[in-house]
Write a protein that binds this ligand. Structure first.
Ligand SMILES: Cc1cc2nc3c(=O)[nH]c(=O)nc-3n(C[C@H](O)[C@H](O)[C@H](O)COP(=O)(O)OP(=O)(O)OC[C@H]3O[C@@H](n4cnc5c(N)ncnc54)[C@H](O)[C@@H]3O)c2cc1C
Length: 454
């Protein structure tokens, strides 16, 4: 299958090439820093289209990029002169309330997923922004409000449909191709194109939470208080401390808009009647400047920050796992957080204890089962003219914290220049991941990712 015409004949979805009316829209990715010109974008509608696109890329020896929710900060969802598999048309989510499972297309977003499962009073751990892709987030691990109680998103994965580098279709689960299933749960997009993901669900419907803002002068007390409290808190209590410039929202006093604050975004996913008492614990750390806390449907909390991170911003992120969030590390945050480059930028310190720790370190590819927090320094701003200063802010923040953190970090929060950290990110699991890579993708067709080299 050599030509684009051959590819068009074999696919039901649209194949968009340079010169086509849809080309500029089809090549656009979420992070506007990556303005690339692929040879073709294949808008796959089914696994057969994905097989055709994989075959086309392999036989023509072209770079292959895979895109679901398109949120890749390093821009792995596009490639100059390459083939893009765009799964945006494969977003259907089917819930089986009897078995409490849901099956999502490889391009579904968390908004698609949560709205489908919420209708049945069910949910699983997903990201905190509804436009993020289920596929990319889960394959890297998956951190969110429900992680302390339900584990990472990948811990709730039951099976995956996968098109491998040789164009074959496989099902990966505990029962079939279990080596592949192990690698998919944290190993990212290294092993194939996942055309559907099946998840275990839990009863979660109304949660109690939202953001609380505290003065930066109280930041040390707030972050220390959260660190000390969360380790013994019930696992249904999720959320995270953060640093953020106050956006112009009505619940924040107008004269404080544009100032940097310490936040706690809380999420109680247990009995809603206990919600106020659980969230009130955060108010003991320091006086609250503003808050928007209360009972709400889980999908509402899960999309509360969507507007701050609309498509088209410039992104540069870095990340580390943290086992002990030391007082020195908190001081490091306090030195850098006041320099947040834009209202869109943020720093989150996600607790990943509880159920995340109950999976053994070699039980899935996701290796850091003893880390207590995952930190992300998420640089986001609208104007490309801010790139140099913004990237410098992220790097110097990260450099200051690195000696006080683990050497590895969460692959989904990392930059494109973090390829050198792959072995550290996977530590004891790295060699086994290389073995699985050699079995399923010996030619490294899937290399536009935090790459595990065969
Ligand atoms: C605004 C924002 C909020 C975020 N919030 C969270 C969060 O709360 N928790 C969290 O854990 N992470 C979060 N992330 C990080 C997120 O997990 C990663 O960016 C992830 O890669 C996004 O997946 P995607 O499908 O949207 O992106 P894409 O760009 O579509 O995909 C990223 C990469 O993942 C792989 N991939 C994606 N789908 C497939 C598939 N179906 N089959 C095979 N490979 C695939 C490919 O290698 C692809 O290049 C966030 C990112 C952003 C930008």
């Amino acid at each position: 299958m050599g030509t684009i015409e051959d590819l068009r004949e074999r696919t039901r979805g649209l194949v968009v090439a340079e010169g086509d009316a849809e080309y500029d829209e089809a090549r656009r990715v979420y992070n506007a820093m990556h303005d690339k010109r692929p040879r073709v974008v294949v808008r796959c509608e089914n696994a057969g289209d994905v097989m055709a696109a994989v075959d086309f890329a392999r036989t023509n020896e072209l770079d292959l990029a895979v895109r679901g929710g398109s949120h890749s900060v390093p821009g792995f969802g596009t490639a100059d002169g390459g083939v893009v598999i765009d799964l945006n048309a494969m977003r259907n989510v089917r819930v089986d309330p009897l078995t409490r499972t849901a099956r999502a297309g490889g391009g579904a977003t968390w908004g698609d997923f949560n709205s489908a499962t919420h209708a049945f009073g069910l949910a699983t751990t997903g990201g905190i922004v509804s436009t993020t892709g289920v596929g990319g987030l889960t394959l890297g691990g998956g951190i969110g409000y429900l992680a302390r109680g339900l584990g990472l998103s990948c811990d709730n994965l039951v099976s995956a449909d996968v098109v491998t580098a040789d164009g074959r279709f496989l099902i990966a689960s505990e029962k079939e191709n279990d080596d592949l299933f192990w690698a998919l749960r944290g190993g990212g997009g290294n092993f194939g194109v996942v055309t559907a993901l099946e998840f275990r669900l839990a009863p979660v419907s109304t949660v109690y939470g939202g953001p609380m803002l505290f003065e930066m002068d109280d930041a040390a007390a707030v972050v220390t208080g959260f660190r000390d409290m969360i380790k013994d808190a019930p696992e249904q209590l999720g959320g995270f401390p953060a640093f953020q410039i106050a956006p112009p929202l009505p619940f924040i006093p107008e004269n404080r808009h544009g100032e940097v604050f310490t936040l706690i975004v809380g999420c109680w996913a247990g009995d809603p009647d206990q919600g106020e008492a659980q969230i009130a614990k955060f108010r003991e750390f320091a006086p609250v400047v503003a808050e928007m806390v209360g009972p709400m449907p889980y999908p509402v909390l899960n999309s509360a920050f969507d507007e701050l991170v609309a498509p088209g911003l410039q992104h540069y992120w870095k990340a580390n796992f943290v086992t002990e969030l030391t007082d020195d590390a908190i001081q490091g945050h306090l030195r850098h957080a006041p320099g947040l480059p834009a209202v869109n930028s943020t720093v989150h310190i996600y607790p990943i204890d509880g159920a995340c720790h109950r999976v053994t370190p070699d039980g899935t590819a996701f290796a850091y089962r003893d880390a207590n927090f995952a930190t992300v320094i998420a640089g986001m701003w609208p104007d490309p003219a801010q790139n140099e200063a913004g990237i410098e802010w992220v790097r110097s923040y990260y450099d200051d914290l690195a000696p006080l953190s683990e050497s590895g970090g969460y692959i989904n929060f990392m930059a494109g220049d973090d390829q050198g950290r792959i072995r550290d990110n996977y530590k004891q699991n790295y060699d086994r991941l290389v073995e699985v890579k050699r079995k399923y993708d010996p030619g490294n067709l899937f290399h536009l990712n935090q790459n595990i080299m065969p």
